[in-house]
Structure formats: structure tokens, C-alpha cells
Design a protein around this ligand. Sequence first.
Ligand code: COA
Length: 377
Amino acid sequence: MDRYAHIIGWGMAAPSQVLTNEDLSRRVDTSDEWIISRTGIRERRIAAEDETTASLAVEAALSALDPTPLNPHDLDLIIVATSSPEHIFPATACIVQDRIGAVKAGAFDLSAACTGFIYALNLAAQAIRTGSIDNALVIGSETLSRFVNWEDRSTSILFGDGAGAFVLQGSDEPGGIYSCIMRSDGSGEALLTLPAGGSKLPASPLTVEKNLHTIRMNGREVFRFATRVMASSTREAAEKAGWEMTQVDLVIPHQANLRIIEAAARNLRMPMDRFVVNLDRYGNTSTASIPIAVCEALEQGRIQDGSRLVFVGFGAGLTWGALALEWVEPRVRIPPLRRRQRALLRFLASVRSFLRRIIRRIEGLIWGTSAQGKRRD
Ligand code: COA
């Protein structure tokens, strides 16, 4: 019997702090009019000091799990797609696993820049469709504001922070994720990059002095590349799913620039009302942009049972990709009252995490190593 991967839960997290174009024009030589006309962005959300990629991911994950019949311990896999991970290692996904108490889940991060959410969704769906796992949590989470050069007017206007998450479950009912294309072209590595902090250029006084820990971008080249791949990959994913473009109800594109989305719409000969656009309020939230746009489209009633959707994205790498799915309205939703049990489970997850850290410390004392891995004298 064929197996399908359905999205049964979705959630998002957006920091409350808003940075408007006016605010930016007080920092760098730009204007509200320039930013709107060249990008369509009006404002973006910026993480507060105590908000991180993991904390936003946890918030989005919990709200995605809330209405589903699943508890965190039912999850088999957690993938966090991110370009602004909590650390180089451990994976942000492991921090999410611990905070939500997903005790049986494998967890890893996926780095494919803004295309990461599409890649991650495809990998989780494939694992479900082969029967290898039943339930997966896929998150796109970013705090790119921490890597923006606030003096650089060509990049600081674009990015924002946020997270979005989907819960996927296996089903025998047709629908869910049907096809995906994943592409890359590393010859464009220099077009959009965060040069230092990796193994090639570890942090040093020089990298800090030269501001190499912030985003560098060739905007015009990225723009040209994006307009080239958006339409072709949308078409390819739809074809692979066996659909004509006229059968696609809604395209949910990566929210980078309104002009890029408009160019894709023109190339596909589709009206703009079949595209979801919310970049005016969030800017480019990288891996989080597609799931956040889906959450808002669902809230607005633009996605219904049976809707045929294409997600399409592009980003640093260069990477790009598109994924076609038929929306299946979740058959089971949990009433708010039962969700109170979840609050208890969350509390128990934090107790469990605390106890495991204590036990590890005690074991370290007994076996001769401290929690930091140093030998005891
Ligand atoms: N405010 C005012 N002027 C600005 C500006 C700003 N924020 N940023 C750039 N300019 C200036 C440039 O210095 C340039 O001036 P010049 O002609 O005197 O040299 C002029 O505006 C035009 O610059 P250009 O880079 O050609 O603008 P553009 O129309 O290509 O828009 C981007 C710039 C960055 C908005 C656009 O290239 C873009 O969106 N690219 C894709 C980026 C992207 O999506 N990245 C994320 C990928 S996931």
C-alpha cells in the first residue's frame, strides 16, 4: 500500500519587536520609499536579547504540535533548517528536542540557506513515505539580525527574524507531499555568504576588525539568479506531481523580494492573487519564510482541503528547489482542554532535562570527569 506524508500541524513564532523602514533610515542612508519600491518590504521583526534561533524554534514547534494528537515523545525526527544556528554545534534541533521532551527523536540541522525548509520537508516526507518513520517535526528558524551588518544598506533592509514549523505524519490516505526538486550551484558561493566563523576563517581579531562575521551579498547577481530559477522550479515540481500549472491553486514562494515574486508570476503566466506574499511585514526570514506564509494563508482561509500548493525557494549556496503538495485538512484536532496536558508535559520535559544534567554531573564526579569533560585531579 502506498504511504503518504501529510502536514497535520503548523505553527509560527515572530518576535514582537518591529523594525520599520523609517527606523532603518535613521541608521543608514536609505528611505521607506526606496525600500518599498525595490523590495516590497515595509517592516521586519527583530529578536529580543533573550530570543534565539532555538527559542523561536521551540515556540513554533509547540504551537504546531498543539492541535495535533501527537505528544513530543511520539516524534521520530526533528529537522531544523537554519542559516543562523544557535551554535556551529551542537545542532539547534537537539536543543529543541530537549526543550520539548521529544525523547525518541533523532535531531539534526540542515544548512541549505533559504531553500533549507523545502529540503528539510522533502527529507522528512521521504523518510515517512518509505515507512522508516511515522512522525516528524520540521522547523525553519532564524535570527539573521545577529549576522547583519547594520551599516550596510544593501543587506540590512532585507532580513528579519522568525520561525515556522510543520508536524508531518504518515497516512494511507492520498495527499500531502507529492514531489520535490532540490538543486544547487556552488560556483555561486561568493554571491551570498557569511565569510568568517567557520573552519576557513575562524574568529580572530582580524575577522572581527574586518567585519567578516556579517552577511555579504551581491544583490544584483542574486536577483538575476532568483528570477531565473523561481518559475522553472515551480513548473518542474508541478509537472513531477503530474499537474498542469492551471491546476496549482496557490504558490507559496520564499519571501525575499516582491519584484522576484512578480517576475516568477509573469514567467508562469499566473496572476499575483495565486501567490502568497507577506514579506511586507516580515522581510526575508530565510528558512522561516515559507512556513510563516503558510500559517498566515491558512488563517486567511486561502488553503483548503484539496488545495494544490507549490512551495518554491532559493538562497545562498547557491541552492533552490520547489515542492508540490496537496493539502489534506487534518482529520483529528485536539480540543483546547486536552492541550492543558501538554503544558504538564512541557514542564516535565524541563524537569527531565534538569535531572539529566545533574545525573551527568554526578556520573562525571564518580567516573573522574566533570560535566565539562575535564579530568578530575
Ligand atoms: N537605499 C538606498 N539606495 C540603495 C540601497 C538602499 N537600501 N541599497 C542600494 N542602494 C543604491 C545602490 O548603492 C545603487 O546606487 P548607485 O546606482 O549609485 O550605485 C542603487 O541603489 C541601485 O543598486 P542596486 O543594487 O542595483 O539595486 P537593486 O534594484 O538591485 O536592489 C536589492 C538591491 C538588494 C534590493 C536587490 O538587488 C535584491 O533584492 N537582490 C536579491 C537579494 C536577495 O533576495 N537576497 C536574499 C536571497 S535568499
